[in-house]
Design a protein around this ligand. Structure first.
Ligand SMILES: NC(=O)C1=CN([C@@H]2O[C@H](COP(=O)(O)OP(=O)(O)OC[C@H]3O[C@@H](n4cnc5c(N)ncnc54)[C@H](O)[C@@H]3O)[C@@H](O)[C@H]2O)C=CC1
Ligand SMILES: O=C1O[C@H](COP(=O)(O)O)[C@@H](O)[C@H](O)[C@H]1O
Length: 242
């Protein structure tokens, strides 16, 4: 399995629980901080030759690398998130990789959080839900880049049949949900559920999917039914318990 952006937070959550389970090849533009437990490629995801070599022989690719900042400027979104994703997904599809898992974001649909809907939307008794079938509605240029990534995944799935899942990740934090932040609590993804969700993305059978990546929070405006149904996602954590 190839894991891009392996040295970041999502990579850490995945490797902490799934490090032993799979034969990983890690890729990041930052060198490892210590002696890595797995093969480690230092490369930028916009480097076509390095990416072509990195996907060789891989059954699956988990693509996390990119600029994670909601306020990321366009030049960074364009290079790291759009060009980078195109480079990785194209290389994977051309190399015959079977499964491609893309870390999309809540910001692909963040503009559904209109002034009329918030803050009630973030609370337990509100019934509004996004389920992945809605049209994209990005809240910033970073979100636009994630929508582009989802569309690239759709295109390469249709071109080559590579199974592709876009996980609209909520707010990943370690140990407990964000404090004094209702939005973050409604879209909390625990480290444990994060690893489990990506594991299901590597194990389940699917064609092209968009799912939400959050824990089973009482307060939520993202449905996790599709992830349950198609991937067998069975989250254990809930921000209400903190
Ligand atoms: N952490 C979260 O709550 C959320 C994360 N995501 C997405 O998940 C992915 C991972 O996010 P985090 O782990 O939180 O970010 P992070 O910043 O901790 O990790 C990203 C990693 O990607 C690497 N990277 C960035 N650009 C690169 C490039 N051009 N080539 C090679 N490596 C590159 C960085 O060196 C870093 O190690 C990102 O795509 C982000 O947009 C989406 C929603 C929420
Ligand atoms: O996509 C992302 O979303 C989370 C949550 O967004 P926020 O605007 O509520 O903080 C963010 O923490 C993360 O850095 C980003 O990659």
């Amino acid at each position: 399995m190839l894991l891009t952006g392996a040295s970041g937070r999502v990579g850490e959550a995945i490797l902490r629980r799934l490090g032993e389970k799979y034969d990983w090849r890690l890729l990041d533009r930052e060198p490892p901080t210590g002696e890595p437990d797995h093969e480690y490629v230092v490369a930028d995801v916009t480097d076509e030759e390095a990416v072509r070599e990195a996907v060789e022989g891989m059954d699956a690719v988990v693509h996390l690398a990119g600029d994670p900042r909601p306020e990321a400027p366009w030049d960074s979104v364009l290079a790291n998130n759009i060009d980078g994703t195109q480079t990785v997904v194209a290389a994977a599809a051309n190399a015959g990789v079977e499964k491609f898992v893309f870390a999309s974001s809540n910001h692909a649909v963040g503009a559904f959080e209109t002034d009329e809907r918030v803050p009630e939307l973030y609370r337990t008794d509100d019934e509004f839900r996004l389920d992945g079938t809605e049209l994209p509605r990005p809240s910033n240029l970073y979100g636009v880049g994630k929508v582009a990534g989802e569309t690239l995944c759709r295109y390469y799935h249709d071109e080559t049949g590579m199974s592709t899942v876009c996980v609209r990740v909520g707010n990943l934090t370690e140990d407990h949900p964000p404090i004094d932040y209702e939005r973050g609590q409604a879209m909390w993804l625990s480290y444990r559920d994060c690893a489990h969700l990506f594991e299901r993305c590597l194990e389940a059978d699917y064609e092209y999917e968009i799912v939400y990546g959050i824990s089973d929070n009482d307060r939520k405006y993202y449905s996790i039914e599709r992830a349950r149904e198609v991937l067998g996602y069975d989250p254990q954590d809930n921000s209400v318990e903190y």
